[in-house]
Design a protein around this ligand. Structure first.
Ligand SMILES: [Zn+2]
Length: 74
């Protein structure tokens, strides 16, 4: 388990994925450091791979300091 602090709250991979997705996810992998800084505030960005549905795998990114989040859907 790789819990991290995001915006002052401890998150698990599942709760981080839900923050990014805006709804519950089926499964989430470990949280990793994304090799980038937040475009909104310059804070550290972390990433997590997750399955929002049985047929989809998404890598989502989230700033640890502000509301900025993104995923790799295009
Ligand atoms: Zn930020």
């Amino acid at each position: 388990m790789s819990n991290r602090v995001v915006q002052g709250r401890m998150v698990t991979p599942e709760t981080l994925a839900e923050l990014i997705e805006g709804e519950s996810v089926l499964e989430a992998e470990s949280i990793e450091d994304a090799d980038e800084n937040c475009p909104a505030c310059g804070g550290d960005v972390i990433q997590v791979g997750y399955m929002p549905s049985v047929t989809e795998f998404v890598v989502g990114r989230k700033c640890q300091e502000c509301d900025w989040a993104a995923d790799d859907r295009d």
